[in-house]
Write a protein that binds this ligand. Structure first.
Ligand SMILES: [Zn+2]
Length: 851
């Protein structure tokens, strides 16, 4: 009653004229409540629909009100609580199948109420140590909500379904505002939760898990930003969120410790009784795969991991999906477990649901604006890391070879890694990355007249890679963005060397391995787990020894191999996709081979070659220019991605996480050798900044035209923004190589071996911006780039505004401005060039004058 009164009173405050009505209604409610209490629980439940399972739920046939009925034995026991999105809106920050979080919760009785308590499992106290007696100090458990017991009878306790779920007490659904005011301004805001409109939309009950889907309705009378096509009316946003209570397993599962040299998802604990500086007691997420014959060298598991291919899966894809899933068994065999994974196909008339936690299902979805092409969340026990169940959602549009990245590059430069930003810890945007690679492969194939067999191989290997990768996540593995370094640049294209393994791991986002001009096509994508994957599975799943000391020694021996090149590892937390972030250029997405810069050179040549063929291959009688337009975007997107890959080697530092004394140990930080940094700089100079960088694309410009549709003009006029397009990619490179972090790193690293100094780097940049055409006409792309560069030097110098750069960079940039002023001093070239040079000269003078 208290809760009701409070809510109603709040409403009354806003609607002062309605106060009396509200109070009157409360009185009515109270009367009804009294009547209800006369009925026994059995009588009440008899009138309701029963959903029996792990936790029984009953719902009234008429008003939809419901009761959650616990058995007394279920109180004070940990439940796994797992939240995911059934249907969302990408603009509102959540999408179908998204994992939203998990906790360990307990339902506890406090007199006539039930409290839902979340116990933070973050901290560990060694029970052997006296200090553990203070374990409760300063660590509070959260009481998520407290609700009145509605009925009680024979060890059954009933609470209100609505009180438990139709609010944000258990789980906060609304998006947390961004710290970045610019992001916040652009963000669609669904508004406040309307508790009146929020309701329970579905109850699904199984022996070991109970799901309640809540339809949350948010209201914003005046949204400033539109919610996109999938929100019918931006004032009212509906999000379907699933709350799942899952039975905590009761078994002898042995947690396995995490280690920085290997990439598992983990549950983190701080050992507050430890005297180590790294007082971590994290455990990895893994399945309970115990050998049927303990001690045997190779044994089947007591319980294999069973994957079901959903009956919605296109029949022609089922074998590829099955084989890719089973391919993981070779890794498990090397770890002593045979037939670890089984794959079954869901019968067309199956009467079980993929929501039943006992079934792990490869599912399909098709969303209007797919955020990801496939991802595999798994449910893990927050204390032990034991994986209890998992589903993989595959995005159908990924396989349709349709352009799914948001903006067209030609409309102005879109985000380089469109759709690849955001919190990646539990989500995976590989599908998106693969879609970009597949599109590139298809257009390259079109340009080259690729045969049907090759085309099928591209599709098959893309799908196999997606499945291998997503299943890898469900086994507990996180990304390994360093894995594509496995082969040399030349070997990567040689199928007799790669034999289906292009990378150390399937957990990377590699570039599609399309053959350079004039070479035979090798593997497009990896189709088997790589050496890193075998090693990671060995670490995570090999049989433990009973003696803890011997077990620790066994694990340490496995880990001590980490410096072997084929076991290289680095995940998203360290990758260099974003400008200015992180240091090791080998940990990156869209790169390929251990000589990624040389690899990119071949790719730039291939792009030129493809551009030369695009018109002939895409302009078909009776059709619009849409294919050509998408083709230019595909080529240009790849151009920009490879430029980004190359740029990261400048100012880079190779990181080694080997522990002291292990085989292959080196100092952890080694600056990228000067020759490699210079190679990267020369590559950018030749292919990205050069006056002829996109000459081969120029004949296509007059043909870039999207197929008209109704009145949607994509918000812009029809002339492609060609200068913006190239400058956008160039700016992305400059954003990195001229980033304050990179500049200071170039100087910092001189203290431990770097010889490609900040001074050299900027001198190189000035040369590549100006030297090639200083004596003749400077074309419009170059003029655009040169102005951009000079503006950045001025910003770096601090001549006009306070500089964000270190002292060394400021001095160097001023020196480079002087060089540029000298170079543009001679008035040569055509009229536009003369005007441009006079402008630059004047611009630099004004900056110095002001300074
Ligand atoms: Zn992934």
């Amino acid at each position: 009653m208290f809760v009701n009164l409070t809510r109603k009173s709040l409403l009354a405050l806003f609607l002062s004229s309605m106060v009396f009505v509200a109070i009157a209604e409360d009185a009515k409610d109270e009367k009804k409540e009294d009547e209800k209490e006369k009925e026994t629980l059995t009588e009440v439940l008899d009138k309701k629909d029963a959903f029996k399972g792990f936790v029984d739920i009953y719902r009234d046939k008429e008003d939809g009100s419901g009761l959650v009925v616990f058995d007394e034995s279920q109180l004070n026991k940990p439940f796994l609580y797992f939240v995911s999105t059934v249907d969302g809106a990408v603009a509102a920050g959540t999408f179908r199948g998204q994992f939203r979080g998990s906790r360990l919760i307990e339902f506890r009785r406090n007199y006539d109420r039930i409290e839902v308590v979340s116990k933070t499992p973050r901290f560990y106290f060694d029970p052997e140590k006296a200090i553990s007696r203070a374990a409760e100090a300063n660590i509070s458990e959260a009481i998520l909500l407290s609700t009145k017991i509605e009925h009680e009878e024979d060890g059954k306790i009933a609470i209100s379904l609505g009180e438990l779920f139709a609010n944000e007490d258990l789980h906060k659904v609304s998006q947390t505002p961004s710290d970045d005011p610019k992001v916040e301004k652009r963000r669609f805001k669904p508004g406040k939760l309307s508790e009146d409109k929020t309701s329970i939309s579905e109850i699904k009950n199984f022996p070991e898990n109970t799901h309640v889907v809540v339809r949350y309705v948010y209201e914003n009378s005046d949204p400033k930003v539109d919610g996109g096509n999938e929100v019918s009316d931006s004032r009212y946003t509906t999000l379907q969120i699933q709350h799942a209570f899952i039975k905590a397993p009761e078994n002898d599962f042995q947690p396995r410790r995490d280690d920085p040299r290997i990439g598992y998802f983990s549950q983190q604990f701080d050992d507050l009784t430890s005297d180590q500086t790294a007082n971590y007691r994290d455990v990895i997420n893994r399945w309970d795969l115990q050998k049927k014959n303990p001690g045997a060298e190779l044994s089947d598991p007591v319980q294999p991991i069973v994957w079901w291919i959903e009956n919605t899966t296109p029949v022609e894809w089922r074998d590829t999906i099955k084989n890719a899933t089973l391919a993981w068994n070779t890794s498990f065999e090397k770890a002593g477990i045979s037939n670890a994974i089984e794959v079954k196909i869901q019968a067309d008339d199956a009467d079980w649901s993929s929501d039943d936690v006992r079934y792990n299902v490869l599912r399909w979805t098709s969303s209007p604006r797919p955020p990801f092409g496939g991802y595999g969340p798994s449910i893990a026990h927050p204390l032990t890391g034991q994986i209890i169940g998992s589903d993989i959602m595959l995005e159908y549009s990924f396989m349709k070879g349709r352009w799914i990245a948001g903006e067209m590059f030609t409309d102005g430069y879109a985000s380089l890694n469109d759709g690849l930003q955001g919190d990646e810890r539990m989500n995976c945007s590989l599908g998106h990355a693969l879609n970009l690679g597949m599109m590139f492969g298809q257009y390259a194939g079109m340009a080259d007249g690729m045969g049907k067999i090759e085309e099928e191989k591209l599709l098959r290997q893309s799908m196999a890679y997606l499945i291998l990768h997503e299943v890898g996540h469900t086994l507990g593995l996180n990304h390994n963005m360093m894995a594509s370094q496995l082969h040399g640049h030349d070997e990567a294209h040689d199928a007799s060397v790669t034999q289906g393994i292009l990378a150390g791991s399937v957990m990377d986002y590699p570039s599609v391995n399309y053959a350079p001009v004039g070479r035979e096509q090798g593997d497009f994508y990896t189709e088997k787990p790589g050496p890193y994957d075998d090693w990671a599975i060995l670490y995570g799943y090999s049989e433990a020894l009973a003696d803890p000391t011997a077990e620790e020694k066994r694990l340490s021996t496995i880990l001590s191999r980490s410096a072997e090149p084929q076991l290289a590892f680095g995940n998203d937390a360290d990758d260099m996709r974003a400008v200015g972030r992180h240091v090791d250029p080998r940990i990156n997405i869209f790169d390929m081979s251990g000589e990624a810069v040389d690899y990119a050179q071949d790719r730039f040549e291939l792009i030129k070659h493809m551009a030369g063929k695009l018109k002939e291959k895409t302009l078909v009688d009776g059709r619009s220019h849409n294919d050509l337009t998408v083709g230019v975007n595909v080529l240009f997107g790849e151009f920009a991605r490879q430029a980004s890959v190359v740029s990261r080697y400048i100012g880079g530092v190779y990181v080694n996480r080997a522990f002291v004394g292990q085989a292959g140990y080196t100092q952890p930080l080694t600056p990228v050798p000067e020759a490699e940094q210079q190679n990267a700089m020369d590559t950018l100079s030749a292919f990205v900044f050069a006056p002829d960088a996109i000459d081969e694309m120029a004949p296509l410009f007059a043909y870039i035209q999207r197929q008209r549709r109704g009145f949607s003009g994509w918000g812009r006029d029809e002339s492609p923004r060609l200068h913006d397009m190239l400058l956008g990619a160039q700016k992305n490179v400059l954003d990195h190589v001229m980033h304050p972090n990179v500049l200071i790193r170039l100087t910092d690293t001189t203290l431990y071996g770097n010889t490609f100094t900040a001074e050299k780097m900027l001198a190189n940049l000035t040369d590549s911006m100006f030297k090639a055409d200083i004596k003749g006409d400077v074309n419009s792309y170059r003029r655009n780039l040169q102005v951009e560069y000079v503006e950045r030097l001025i910003a770096m110098s601090g001549l006009e505004d306070k500089s964000k750069y270190d002292n060394f960079a400021q001095a160097s940039s001023m020196y480079q401005l002087g060089r540029v002023a000298d170079m543009v001093n001679k008035s040569r070239g055509d009229q536009a060039t003369k005007i441009h040079k006079a402008f630059l000269k004047d611009r630099i003078e004004r900056a110095f004058y002001k300074g």
